[in-house]
Ligand binder design. Structure first.
Ligand code: GLY
Length: 361
């Protein structure tokens, strides 16, 4: 597409849809966004806000890492531009500490550290004592891994900032669920876990991945939240604690397949609290202020689907565990599609064309 001004419909008002709508509208495209409950209605409102391609990395997922890093590089500029629109999204550069409690966890960290070193990424292996020196509130850990380059963002400030920026650029919000694709020169499908319902090529490619997540606040006299994002694998289950300054701690997240069920289960809460108690024992004295469950948009290979599905209908979905991280690169890709420019590095591997190839194997 090479129109100077495109009439664009964005389906989905989470972080991906709002980011794409804002960036496109700021380039003078005429944008209408469809969502029955933009900003608060989907997984982005519940996210932990880690922008952490390095600590999410794993051997064999190089395309996910490449795209995540491409987006991480764009994050400071994205946050600065948003702040200039009027609302600061609360980007934090506190890095991540990953901790291990037993020899199995330490083995897992060894694999991650070895892999990161082999591909030249900055990550420092720490003894238990060094990890505790970095983050004195952690439990009695065996070893750690410090990744200074990871960022984090306050997801709720971010979504409010994006909404305000969209309004400033005259994005039209239609608060309805889309049953049929809107009539527009270009359509971007960014409805997260629900996107599979909007296009036959995505029907079996995007699936809901449930995640329960808790928000806690330190009460008077409690140890303040850690100063880094702290991650661990406790009894085989990954958990993370993301500080929101001194006032709040986000504890996430379970991950399993349960269709579109969004009930918070007692087991999910118990697993998170039990895991967190080992990582950061002071958490048991915190006030539990919110329990929630959201649905990540799972893809087949942890890479999103970014690109044309047919004609001028584009997918921007399937971001798996990385929706917030990959919002800037996805929004830039949407603008590039509209303007007939080369999309950002790393997006090619995420083309929905790979679905077609899989179908013909
Ligand atoms: N990005 C972390 C999660 O999906 O739980």
């Amino acid at each position: 597409m090479t129109n100077l001004t495109t009439n664009l419909a964005v389906v989905g008002g989470g972080v991906i849809g709002l980011s794409a709508a804002w960036r496109a509208a700021a380039k003078s495209h005429q944008v209408t966004l469809y969502d029955p409950e933009p900003v608060r209605g989907g997984a982005s409102w519940l996210a932990g806000g880690m922008l952490a391609p390095i600590t999410e990395a794993w051997p064999g997922e190089e395309d996910v890492l490449r795209l995540g890093e491409e987006s991480l590089e764009r994050w400071p500029g994205f946050a600065r531009d948003l702040a200039q629109e009027g609302v600061d999204p609360g980007l934090a550069g506190h890095g991540t500490l990953v901790v291990a409690f037993d020899s199995a966890d330490a083995g897992h960290l060894d694999i991650l550290a070895g892999y990161l070193h082999s591909i030249g990424r900055a990550a420092e292996r720490l003894t238990g004592r060094e990890a505790k020196r970095l983050e004195p509130g952690v439990g009695s850990v065996r070893s750690g891994l410090h990744v200074p380059g990871d960022l984090a963002v306050d997801n709720r400030k971010l979504l409010n900032a994006l909404y305000a920026a969209c309004q400033k650029h005259n994005v039209r919000f239609i608060r309805e669920r889309v049953e049929e694709l809107p009539d527009a020169e270009a359509v971007v499908l960014a409805a997260g876990a629900w996107t599979g319902r909007l296009h036959p090529r995505l029907a079996d490619a995007v699936r809901p991945l449930k995640g329960e997540i808790l928000r806690l606040r330190p009460r008077r006299g409690c140890l303040p939240p850690p100063s880094h994002t702290v991650r661990a694998v406790v009894e085989g289950r990954p958990i993370y604690l993301v500080p929101r300054g001194d006032q709040e701690l986000v504890l996430g997240a379970t991950q399993y397949e349960a269709g579109f069920d969004q009930a918070v289960t007692a087991r999910g809460v118990r697993e998170l609290i039990e895991g967190a108690e080992r990582v950061f024992p002071a958490i048991t004295e915190y006030e539990l202020v919110e329990t929630a469950a959201g649905l990540r948009a799972g893809s087949r290979d942890a890479l999103p689907y970014l690109g044309a599905l047919d004609g001028s209908v584009f997918a921007a979905t399937g971001h798996h565990r990385n929706g917030l991280l990959m919002a800037p690169v996805t929004a830039d890709a949407v603008v590039a599609w509209l303007e007939g420019e080369k999309p950002p590095e790393g997006t090619e591997a995420a083309s929905p064309a790979r679905l077609h190839q899989e179908e013909h194997v």
